[in-house]
Design a binder for this molecule. Structure first.
Ligand SMILES: [Zn+2]
Length: 685
């Protein structure tokens, strides 16, 4: 496998360990701030994200700035050799600002002006809010830009949500005018205006989607979601103007999120667009370990998928910006991480490309909303606390892994994730309303490769496909002409392409293709999907593929075969014995179509053949049973291998070559026993 040189993420040469440090909650407790210095050292923490929600401590009254406390915090952190990730405070506003300038408050979809409170609820268009953030950001950059402890910028916090105020309506109309070249007819055409008499004859008639107004025009809904991403980025770009001007060499990030209840990528913003504006991707990972719905390994697979997506956004290492050393406080049940799980789950992040393990928050709050959210320092203020000790162990481990910093990984397999397609299919009033599950479907395809330790990039549609031998695009409902042309080129040039039911149905405006499936897709796949049947939860069917029978749920697409080969057939219903799985040689490559939603075992068997045929291999071979994951990061000389046991049992594994344990220095080869939740990090030089 091609080895890749170390790539740029931060200016640090060590693994970052620490997290969101909020001394602004403790300014009247100097004794606590002094304790912090000692506890930072004892927990092996070296990096602190500061100032994220500190606006009211930094500017308690309009124009009156109080940076002295932050000066002291910088000094304290610097005195122990620590680094600061300095945040801009726009994630939460002081009350005086909402009171004096109500335009900074959001208006919700029902056009109700929100009151001051909570956080992450500013209008992203408000000229006042944009001006206020620039003023404070400039002062922060001027004051701390040259501080030796400053490592990175953390812009705002967990951007998300939307605003429907008049400023935002005007901005949306402006965005639409630019997109449709000031031609209202092209907008009406793109949105299929005549349906239900929704044709506009003046731009001022257009409003953002609303539960009490327009919500049935899919093209409008999709454009609104795209606008929300672009307007959020526009707000971010406005925030960083003074920062780029004053500190051009300090890297910039903002913390991305995932949907933590189902552990799928964040749905609200198109991160593929946002990534282009960042120097470093970072994200906040809060998997519900030890939940009662899925095995530890199943959850680990989903974490792997999101890591591989966020790493692939820039094809470089990323940062784990927030995590919890134990329980979060917002799941329905907030389970403590069992002993060992904190080290294991932290190592999994590194294994997929993180150069950090950072927490929210470093010291647990005494009051308010997150006073029970797991932190490094608990209310007992004690380094003898079980969780504190687990954190210190992670810190000690990270100190031995600085060679891994900046290393990346390569992959021959790409799975394509698309925010546009996900939004459009979820909006589609068709198929099964509860069974679309686009991200989960991608995770199902990812699973086979994760189980076999074969590295995968989860890429987006603008990225280069040419380095992959195998490209998997399940349920790509929305495909522009451009995407179709790029997929066609990929196969023509020798790539293997896999797609499924409900792919290539609509164009970039969410308008269906006319005359059946796109002619280029018909040419590449040698088929024509003619209708898709949707199943009730208790309905099922079967597909026979290579003499095996596999269960089918949710969707079955009836296929007309032109020049493809039928590889599998449906067993029941009016389409019994008709093609369900096809393959087709097109120029130098081959394209596969899977017509129904099939069980995991089908994917294992289907992809096994492709894996063999294409010579896809794990980056490092370890023989192991279910629930063990092996992930590799590389530089030009070394392979850094993470062997992780995501089961509650001891696991015996066999190494196929000899390696050195990076933590203990032991030479290892042959059989190795992994205890419950154990992770070994080894190097092959
Ligand atoms: Zn607004």
């Amino acid at each position: 496998m091609l080895k890749r040189s170390k790539s740029y993420t931060t200016n640090a040469k060590f693994m970052l360990h620490g997290g969101d440090y909020n001394p602004d909650q403790w300014l009247d407790r100097p004794d606590i701030l002094i304790d912090d210095i000692e506890l930072m050292k004892l927990s092996h923490s070296n990096t602190f994200s500061v100032g994220i929600f500190a606006w009211s401590a930094l500017e308690p009254e309009e124009g009156k700035f109080t940076f002295e406390w932050l000066d002291e915090i910088f000094s304290n952190i610097h005195s122990i050799g620590g680094k600061v990730i300095l945040a801009t405070p726009s994630g939460a506003r002081p009350a005086w600002m909402s009171q004096k300038y109500p335009e900074v408050l959001r208006v919700n979809g029902s056009r109700v002006k929100q009151l001051h409170g909570a956080r992450h609820n500013h209008c992203f268009t408000s000229p006042v809010y944009r001006e206020k953030t620039q003023i404070i950001n400039r002062l922060l950059a001027e004051r701390y830009g040259d501080h030796p402890a400053l490592l990175m910028w953390h812009i705002s916090n967990e951007y998300g949500g939307e605003c429907h105020c008049d400023h935002c309506q005007n901005a949306f109309r402006g965005w639409l005018k630019e997109k449709y070249n000031h031609d209202l007819k092209s907008l009406n055409d793109a949105w299929w205006g005549p349906f239900w008499s929704h044709t506009f004859n003046d731009w001022s008639q257009i409003e953002s989607p609303s539960p009490i107004g327009e919500n049935a025009v899919h093209g409008l809904n999709l454009d609104w979601r795209r606008f929300v991403t672009d307007q959020t980025i526009s707000f971010f770009e406005n925030e960083i103007v003074p920062i780029k001007e004053i500190t051009p060499d300090i890297p910039i990030t903002t913390n991305f999120m995932a949907d933590t209840f189902d552990l799928i990528p964040f749905q609200g913003l198109d991160y593929s667009k946002f990534a282009k504006h960042l120097d470093v991707i970072s994200w906040d990972a809060y998997p519900a370990w030890h939940n009662d719905l899925e095995s530890t390994a199943d959850l680990a697979m989903k974490v792997g998928f999101i890591n591989d997506l966020y790493r692939s956004l820039k094809q470089q290492p990323f940062l784990l910006m927030e995590s919890t050393p134990s329980a979060v406080n917002w799941h329905e049940v907030n389970k403590a991480k069992r002993p060992g799980m904190h080290l294991l789950s932290s190592m999994q992040m590194l294994a997929h490309g993180s150069d950090s393990v950072l927490y929210f928050q470093w010291r647990k709050s005494r009051g308010s909303s997150e006073k029970f959210h797991g932190a490094v320092v608990d209310h007992d203020n004690s380094p003898e606390n079980r969780v504190f000790k687990e954190v210190a162990k992670v810190g000690e481990t990270l100190e031995k892994l600085s060679d891994v910093v900046g290393t990346n990984r390569t992959s021959d397999v790409g799975i394509l994730y698309d925010w546009d397609s996900n939004w459009a299919i979820n909006d589609a009033q068709g198929y099964g309303l509860k069974t679309k599950r686009y991200p989960q479907t991608l995770q199902q395809h990812y699973r086979t490769f994760w189980e076999q330790d074969i590295p995968v990039d989860v890429i987006t549609k603008e990225q280069d496909f040419s380095s992959y031998k195998l490209l998997i695009v399940p349920m790509l409902y929305l495909m522009s002409e451009e995407t179709i042309a790029r997929l066609k080129d990929f196969v023509a040039n020798g790539g293997r392409l896999v797609t499924t039911y409900i792919s290539g149905i609509v164009n970039e405006h969410d308008l269906t293709y006319l005359g059946g499936w796109h002619k280029d897709l018909q040419e590449v796949f040698g088929i024509h999907p003619v209708e898709t049947d949707t199943y009730y939860p208790n309905d099922k069917n079967y597909v026979t593929y290579k003499n095996q029978s596999y269960e089918l749920k949710d969707y079955a697409t009836v296929i007309d075969v032109h020049t493809a080969t039928t590889e599998g057939v449906y067993v029941e219903d009016f389409y019994a014995n008709t093609p369900a799985v096809t393959s087709h040689v097109y120029e130098q490559g081959k394209a596969y179509y899977i017509g129904g939603r099939l069980e995991d075992q089908f994917h294992r068997d289907f992809y096994r053949e492709l894996i063999q045929e294409l010579g896809l291999e794990p980056a490092f071979r370890v023989k192991h049973g279910k629930g063990v994951s092996v992930q590799v990061r590389q530089d030009q000389e070394n392979d850094y291998i993470f062997i992780m046991n995501f089961t509650e049992e001891q696991q015996n594994v066999t190494l196929e070559s000899s390696v050195t344990d990076l933590i203990t220095g032991e030479e290892l080869s042959g059989d190795l026993t992994l205890e419950k939740y154990e992770a070994r990090i080894v190097v092959q030089r």
